[in-house]
Design a protein around this ligand. Structure first.
Ligand SMILES: Cc1cc2nc3c(=O)[nH]c(=O)nc-3n(C[C@H](O)[C@H](O)[C@H](O)COP(=O)(O)O)c2cc1C
Length: 323
């Protein structure tokens, strides 16, 4: 397996890992309509993967060939579990393995994992070493933030760059900031400068508040990043990865057809594995900014399966298409 990070033409795009959002089905939908260059799985707990929690979380590591380049994101606290999970990801033929060192969720941080690793370099180093050992020749990356409680970009990123990792995705906020305020792209630019001196081969991916492909080009030009990662921007435009400076406008009909497709794939794939309510948080992506959207959304919230969704959407679609 080669290090794909080095071969990507710049600036490349990546769909951010988002727990409860970028699952197998949503990634299939995104790949079908406007595919980013790199996709990440939702973060997957290494402790569960190596224990009886396996059946509960292994679904996070399901992907299809269509989703390549696909990177497995993993999190945890015990280096030996990172080693075993990385080995599993290698056997599953992922293109890359990414270590989460940025999650600010209190359940993750309170056990010393995710963003808490920014304050524990010794453990961070052991985790990276163990993951690299398990990954063999698969590239290993880290996704992180510019600090935990305070901005410590220089200190933290210099440390990471000395660990011989293939890529770093950097979200321009501290963990304490969660998603509040604006992402600080000047700090992301500092990361690029540090990289240039400390580890020129490490790829830098900037992340935070990007809402269009035009902005991908602007950010990479202005701040020097090799690639740009987009998370929440996909909620306002599922076609966000269309590589065009002037975003095409997608009709209400296209949005609603995509909603029915997504819902059907969700039901066919997850059957009883995931509650249908999980699907409901995606509705707002497709049902927005058109006359009658509020009414449809209300009806959709009552649905229990994809047949119900079609019963709501199809009559509306036939009204749209009849002259
Ligand atoms: C619902 C949700 C779930 C997230 N889950 C993860 C995750 O599993 N792993 C991770 O590294 N970051 C996670 N993040 C953070 C995003 O990957 C990204 O860094 C953050 O949203 C900032 O990028 P954006 O402004 O483009 O959304 C999540 C964010 C959201 C909104």
């Amino acid at each position: 397996m080669s290090n794909f990070w080095k071969k990507l033409s710049k600036p490349f795009t990546a769909l951010a890992p988002m727990d409860g959002v970028t699952d197998f089905v949503f990634r299939e939908i995104v790949c079908e309509i406007a595919k980013p260059d790199v996709l990440f799985t939702e973060f997957t707990p290494t402790d569960a993967i190596v224990s009886k929690g396996y059946n509960r979380v292994i679904g996070n590591l399901k992907y299809s060939e269509k989703q390549r380049l696909i990177v497995a994101q993993i999190w945890g606290i015990h280096p030996e579990n990172f080693y075993k999970t990385a080995k599993l990801c290698k056997n599953l033929k992922f293109d890359g393995i990414d270590i989460n060192m940025g999650c600010p969720d209190k359940n993750v941080v309170k056990i010393g994992s995710g963003a808490a690793l920014i304050n524990n370099k010794k453990l961070a180093e052991e985790i990276i070493k163990a993951t690299k050992k398990g990954a063999g020749n698969i590239p290993v990356s880290v996704k992180t933030r510019i600090g935990f409680a305070e901005v410590v970009t220089e200190n933290w990123i210099s440390f990471l760059l000395k660990q011989d990792i293939d890529a770093i995705s950097i979200h321009g906020r501290t963990a304490k900031e969660m998603s509040k305020g604006r992402a600080d792209w000047d700090e992301i630019a500092k990361t690029v400068k540090l990289r240039d001196t400390l580890s020129p081969k490490t790829v830098i991916i900037g992340n935070g508040d990007v809402l269009s492909y035009k902005e991908v080009l602007e950010k990479s030009e202005k701040y020097g990043v090799d690639g740009v990662m987009i998370g929440r921007g996909i909620f306002s435009n599922p076609w966000i990865f269309e590589k065009t400076q002037n975003p095409l406008s997608h009709s209400t009909e296209e949005h609603l057809r995509l909603l029915t497709k997504h819902t059907k794939l969700f039901c066919d794939t997850y059957r009883n594995e995931k509650d249908f309510n999980t699907m409901k948080k995606f509705f707002k992506i497709y049902v927005r900014s058109f006359r009658g959207a509020g009414k449809i959304k209300k009806q959709l919230m009552e649905c229990k399966n994809h047949e119900d969704v079609e019963r709501v959407v199809l009559p509306y679609l036939s009204n749209l298409t009849t002259p």
